[in-house]
Design a protein around this ligand. Structure first.
Ligand SMILES: *Cc1c(COP(=O)(O)O)cnc(C)c1O
Length: 452
């Protein structure tokens, strides 16, 4: 199978090339030339996530040097549970947060790392994985690539706009992982990363690749939990699973739309956004108008220019009306997020992102929708303790892997929100002086931190 750029002016690429490159040379995003359509029978008797994943992803890797290793890659990457937990009579929660950094980004990051560490690098030079993060991506990528030979990770995050625990996680790895705290917003970080990745001279000096949600190596694996959940739902009920998905850059939701287009038994898909209205306005009939992100309680979704929008348009053959039919996006504001977290705290602790999906589910129920819905839980609430604990009026238990990270020291370097600053940093022969490094103490159990 070959992959083409959403902008259609780059040559078609193999899966290895698309995964290694991140962004296509013309600045577009890689999409399969044609999505394979699979017969559900192909999954008969297949139940575990690694096994479902191997069957689902085989056509994308057909003919590639990674094909023989696909089973091993899937077993290595998908080594934690992704359970569907009943919430009430007509609502289930698909919990994607049982990986090492307690957010769904672990799934894509671990698969990407498992692929990249198996890709041959012709010149033997170190490859730098550049990642702009609104919080969770950076930690997942850092955890997945930490200690892998020949690879280093450079994380850009908006200083003061991620939770204290997120900031701590980003800086706690050390070794081949470098955290840069940018004096700007997530969109600045994303722009800086894109500029560096698109700079061919810079790439000739410092080989770069992306691990953002624009990376094909993250999108493909995100289809797998939708495949597994939809097949289990189909076997149990004979009906298609309906999904409400918290959405920022449209990566997680696009994976569900791709899985549905491949023939998996997925019914309606609704996108839950926070107060950033770019997608809700588009789905309500407005023009697609990227804008500056506003800060919300669901900070990993503070995106004003969703990077995977180009892939949604490509899936919809460039037709706006068709794209609007793929799902429907609604905005949920901070007051509603807080209300959902507080109101359900005795029964279930929602992270602020998952709370947006729960709110949409509630709105549909109020509007008389009697169908069963599965809301997608994208992070563990313990990652957002400073938001969740006061609203829930109780302590959120911290998963073991997260607790271990919070016990390590953490550091990040400051950076101006300018493309040139990142370029310069990447070109410097040695790492920045320790004088400019912000150090923070372990924060486990504390409600605030100097990391913010
Ligand atoms: C990244 C993230 C999202 C948004 O995912 P997209 O793929 O950007 O739409 C939602 N919730 C959490 C917790 C996240 O980390």
């Amino acid at each position: 199978m070959l992959f083409e750029s959403t902008r259609q002016t780059s040559p078609a690429a193999t899966v290895e090339e698309a995964i290694a490159a991140g962004l296509a040379p013309d600045g577009g995003l890689y999409v399969p030339q044609e999505l394979p359509v699979l017969d559900i029978g192909r999954f008969d008797g297949v139940q575990t996530l690694p096994d479902v994943a191997t069957r689902l992803l085989a056509p994308f890797f057909d003919g590639s040097t990674l094909a023989p290793a696909l089973g091993a890659i899937c077993s290595e990457a998908f080594d934690f549970p992704v359970p569907v937990v009943p919430f009430d009579d007509s609502t289930d929660v698909l919990e994607l947060f049982h990986g090492p950094t307690a957010a769904f980004k672990d799934v894509g990051a671990r698969f990407l790392a498992a692929c990249m560490s198996r890709l041959p690098r012709a010149d033997g030079r170190e490859l730098t994985v550049l990642v702009a993060t609104s919080g969770d991506t950076g930690a997942a990528v850092a955890a997945a690539f930490h200690g892998r030979p020949g690879l280093r990770v450079v994380i850009l995050y908006p200083d003061g706009r991620v939770s204290a625990r997120q900031a701590h996680q980003l800086g706690c790895f050390g070794g081949n992982v470098h955290a840069l705290r940018v004096a700007g917003r997530f969109d600045d970080c994303q722009r800086m990363a894109k500029a560096a990745l698109g700079d061919s001279w810079l790439n000739s000096q410092v080989p770069l690749t992306s691990a953002n949600s624009i990376s094909l190596g993250r999108l493909l694996p995100q289809m797998t939990y939708y495949a597994q959940a939809s097949l289990a739902h189909w076997r149990a009920t004979g009906t298609r699973i309906n999904l409400v998905i918290p959405t920022g850059n449209l990566g997680n939701a696009l994976a569900a739309l791709w899985a549905r287009a491949m023939g998996l038994p997925i019914g309606d898909v609704r996108l839950a956004c926070n107060a950033n209205r770019t997608l809700p306005d588009f789905f309500a009939g407005g023009a697609y108008r990227p804008r500056e992100a506003v800060a919300t309680l669901a900070n990993a979704m503070d995106v004003g220019a969703p990077s995977n929008f180009e892939r949604l348009m490509s899936l919809s053959h460039g037709r706006v009306e068709e794209a609007r039919l793929a799902g429907f996006a609604e905005a949920v504001d901070d007051t509603e997020i807080a209300d959902v977290i507080g109101r359900h705290a005795a029964r279930y602790l929602f992270c602020p992102h998952t709370a947006t999906a729960m709110k949409i589910r509630e709105r549909m129920a109020q509007a008389g929708d009697r169908r069963r819905w599965t809301i997608v839980a994208t992070a563990h609430p313990a990652k957002f303790d400073t938001v969740v604990e006061p609203l829930a009026a109780r302590v959120v238990p911290v998963p073991d892997a997260l607790a271990a990270m919070l016990e390590r020291p953490s550091h990040a370097e400051p950076m101006a929100a300018e493309d040139a600053a990142l370029r310069e940093w990447l070109l410097q022969p040695s790492m920045a002086s320790t004088a400019s490094v912000l150090r923070t103490r372990p924060i486990l159990g504390k409600m605030d931190s100097t990391a913010n």
